[in-house]
Design a protein around this ligand. Structure first.
Ligand SMILES: C[S@@+](CC[C@H](N)C(=O)[O-])C[C@H]1O[C@@H](n2cnc3c(N)ncnc32)[C@H](O)[C@@H]1O
Length: 435
């Protein structure tokens, strides 16, 4: 069916030859009014460091999770809140930004699985942490091209005011930000060129109930993690303290890691999963919470969630790191000036989903394998056949980057969640990409 769908699609997709996706530079970023004070500037990030320093001096060391949350999403100076951080001129580049093949195949996968579930209508296309909105736009194009004959609305879960505008500019014809005092569960609305309604929510809890196709690409790696260490048979938490001698103007060594002297709320409730052998690990309470919410929604209202991220299956110990201008950066230095991230623990995701309710999980499988099973090479050949000669190498190397195990093909993984009632149906009609 996939090959067939791609073949049929190729005739129609002919029309957009603008396959020169690999323009990774800032010129491909949506136009959004610049903020007056640029976060990332020493002034703003310095303020964030000062705020955290003052808090630590007043109330004691903070958890790595609190540090990560503040650095990424502090309303004034958080890394994501007020600027475009993607692309060649930003700090990192993500799969949907590298090649349109990524979003197209994810779109085809969603449509195929939605059809297997009986084509429920209306449905909601939900994305957690949509970045520049490129994946949502590519998936929406696929949905539109397939002419599903179903009503759908789009729901973006995004905390960043800057990125929510960038997303709307990427795939909406018109959009409006609601007044601060609005009592509605969304803060921005838009309409696409084909008349689909789009809504922006700050939290997954605010997305209305209803059958949902949920995407999360590089969202979970941005959620805060706690760092825990086993000491004399007890889990203790690694905290962040002000470095001794750090001057008031904050220079190199502003912060340092310390081990908590007593139990913290998280170390006292943390329960290692059966068979745990690590003596230090990263635990994301927020991931557990968000996966629990997703599982609850899917069980109650029906739907599918596809989680795509870099991660491991419960074996890694220390992955908390920072990226600045495409290079590793010291996470405790200059908070707010670099992206903070930690690998997603897919064992925790799967365990949480399955133990939360009646959920059937597929994966994780490696990204390269998923895209190949989705006939990525067939799509690549179609694009190459219609691309301008000067774009062909860019298109080919983009696809290679996504699938080559030595690049992004192996580190990035896909995990899907379905309602548990479909388990036997999905065994009879296996989920494409996962088998
Ligand atoms: C690493 S970026 C990934 C962007 C996009 N999915 C992509 O792959 O290009 C993380 C995204 O999640 C958003 N984000 C981070 N923490 C969030 C949170 N707690 N709630 C909602 N969105 C969040 C960021 O603003 C950003 O849009």
């Amino acid at each position: 069916m996939l090959r067939e769908a791609l073949r049929t699609g190729s005739r129609r997709w002919y029309s957009y030859k603008s396959v020169r996706r690999p323009n990774l530079g800032a010129s491909s970023a949506p136009k959004v009014e610049p903020v007056t004070e640029q976060p990332g500037d020493a002034s703003t990030t310095g303020n964030l460091a000062k705020q955290m320093r003052a808090k630590i001096l007043a109330t004691g060391p903070i958890t790595v999770a609190e540090y990560m949350r503040e650095v990424l999403t502090n309303p004034q100076a958080g890394y994501y809140m007020n600027r475009d951080v993607f692309g060649r001129e930003g700090d990192f580049i993500t799969s949907p930004e590298i090649s349109q093949i990524f979003g197209e195949l994810v779109g085809v996968w969603l449509v195929s699985e939605w059809r297997k579930m009986g084509s429920p209508s209306p449905f909601q296309l939900v994305e957690l942490g949509p970045g520049r909105g490129t994946l949502a736009r590519d998936v929406m194009k696929v949905i539109t091209k397939f002419k599903l004959g179903a009503e759908f609305s789009m729901h973006m879960v995004e905390v960043s005011p800057f990125l929510s505008k960038a997303q709307a500019q990427r795939f909406c014809y018109t959009h409006d930000t609601l007044p601060e005092d609005s009592q509605l569960p969304h803060y921005q609305v838009g309409t696409t060129a084909t008349g689909t309604k789009a809504y922006w929510h700050r939290r997954l809890e605010d997305v209305p109930p209803g059958f949902s196709l949920v995407l999360a690409h590089e969202f979970f790696d941005a959620l805060p993690v706690h760092k825990l260490q086993l000491v004399d048979g007890k889990w203790q938490e690694v905290l962040i303290d002000v470095a001794p001698g750090a001057d008031k103007n904050l220079s190199q060594a502003d912060f340092r890691y310390v081990l908590s002297r007593s139990q913290t709320p998280v170390s006292s409730v943390f329960q290692a999963m059966p068979g745990e052998t690590r003596s230090c690990l990263e635990y994301s309470l927020e991931t557990e919470r968000q996966v629990g919410l997703l599982a609850g929604r899917i069980e109650k209202n029906g739907g599918i969630a596809l989680i795509m991220d870099y991660g491991h299956f419960g074996e890694k110990t220390d992955t908390f790191r920072a990226f600045k201008q495409h290079a590793l950066h010291e996470p405790l230095l200059d908070p707010g000036s670099a992206d903070l991230t930690a690998d997603v623990d897919f064992k925790l995701v799967r365990h949480t989903a399955e133990s939360h309710g009646s959920i059937h999980c597929c994966g994780p499988v490696e990204q390269g394998l998923f895209l190949q099973r989705m006939q990525g090479e067939a799509r690549l050949e179609q694009l190459l056949a219609h691309a301008l000669p000067e774009n062909q190498q860019i298109i080919r190397s983009g696809y290679e980057m996504l699938t080559d195990p030595a690049q992004m093909g192996s580190r990035f993984k896909f995990l899907a969640m379905f309602p548990g009632v479909l388990a036997s149906h999905l065994e009879k009609y296996p989920v494409v990409g996962f088998s």
